[in-house]
Design a protein around this ligand. Structure first.
Ligand SMILES: Cc1cc2nc3c(=O)[nH]c(=O)nc-3n(C[C@H](O)[C@H](O)[C@H](O)COP(=O)(O)O)c2cc1C
Length: 296
């Protein structure tokens, strides 16, 4: 394992490690305006949501590592403390990247990147019409953290109006991640797309209190077959099956066959039992997986 003292490496190198590791990062496509009315549009992946009451988004136009200059977006929110944060989907990614070009002050990146300005309801900067979601925000505070190249400027924004394209809503009225087709920033020039097989669900462990991996019997916990994800799922049950349930499951045809096949080879029996449990676990049936595992 490489160990790095941030004080011992150049800011550029540190920047690259940080952005490579803290990924994927969502992208705030920020529309701002200066006091003369010049519109600016730039992407920022130092971005996230931090609360919903009040709804708070934070992004950071940092000082350039190269020459310690500040970004137009930062200068603008200091002049006019308003911003529209537009969400970027896959259909927008190339034009969004073009908008990150360091054009001179006063150049409108809506025009350069070919996006459409749609008027906002509560703030002066326009929103991006093509974005699936847009947040009109009032800037509550700008917090600079340091004054050297690469230092952050936290722009704390309160959302005052939200636009959501109906086309990304599911039947339950919530945003459907498949329809959103969001993109995010990785290190270097890499991006990722949240769609297809890369999307998956894990039920939140908020309603139950799982037994925890530490309570899984050692013969299962140190299995050569089960992965950390498998153990995480097994540890999320509140209780183990009863002796009666385990005994009943002994009649499962696959278990009966395995018992026969490995009658003189208990080690192979356990190995195959764990493989069977893994298969069932990955289909999402944790209760049955436990009944399988406790056959040994
Ligand atoms: C996807 C993406 C994410 C970016 N994230 C950031 C960021 O979080 N902070 C930052 O300072 N620059 C970031 N940049 C670079 C800025 O977009 C770029 O410096 C831009 O020219 C700033 O424009 P402005 O000076 O008009 O504000 C990012 C660029 C891209 C393409």
């Amino acid at each position: 394992m490489k160990t790095i003292d941030p004080k011992e490496v150049s800011t550029a190198q540190l920047h690259s490690y940080l952005l490579g590791a803290i990924a994927p990062r969502p992208i705030a496509f920020a529309s701002t305006i200066d006091s003369k009315g010049n519109v600016n549009l730039s992407p920022f992946s130092f971005f996230n949501v931090f609360g919903s009451n009040p709804p708070i988004l934070v992004f950071s136009p940092s000082r350039r590592v190269r020459d310690n200059t500040t970004k137009h977006s930062l200068d603008n929110v200091k002049e006019i403390p308003e911003v529209v944060i537009n969400i970027v989907n896959y259909a927008m990614v190339e034009q969004m990247s073009l908008a990150s070009t360091e054009y001179e002050k006063g150049v409108n990146e809506f025009v350069k990147s070919g996006f459409t300005e749609a008027p906002s309801l509560t703030v002066t900067p326009p929103r991006v019409k093509e974005s699936p979601v847009a947040f009109e925000c009032k800037v509550r505070e700008v917090i600079p953290v340091g004054d050297g190249g690469g230092s952050a400027n936290l722009v704390i924004c309160e959302v005052v109006m939200i636009y959501i394209n109906d086309a990304i809503l599911g039947e339950n009225g919530q945003i459907d991640p498949f329809k959103l087709d969001a993109v995010a920033r990785m290190g270097g020039d890499w991006y990722c797309r949240a769609n297809g097989n890369s999307l998956f669900e894990i039920v939140k462990p908020i309603r139950n209190k799982g037994i925890g991996v530490d309570s899984i019997p050692e013969a299962i916990r140190f299995s050569s077959v089960l992965s950390g994800n498998n153990l995480g799922r097994l540890g999320n049950v509140e209780s183990l099956p009863t002796q009666e349930e385990i005994a009943d499951f002994g009649n499962d045809p696959r278990i009966v066959e395995m018992k026969q096949r490995f009658i003189h080879d208990p080690e192979s029996f356990v190995f195959h039992l764990h493989e069977y449990a893994k298969e069932i676990l990955e289909q999402g049936n944790v209760e049955t997986a436990w009944k399988i595992l406790l056959q040994a």
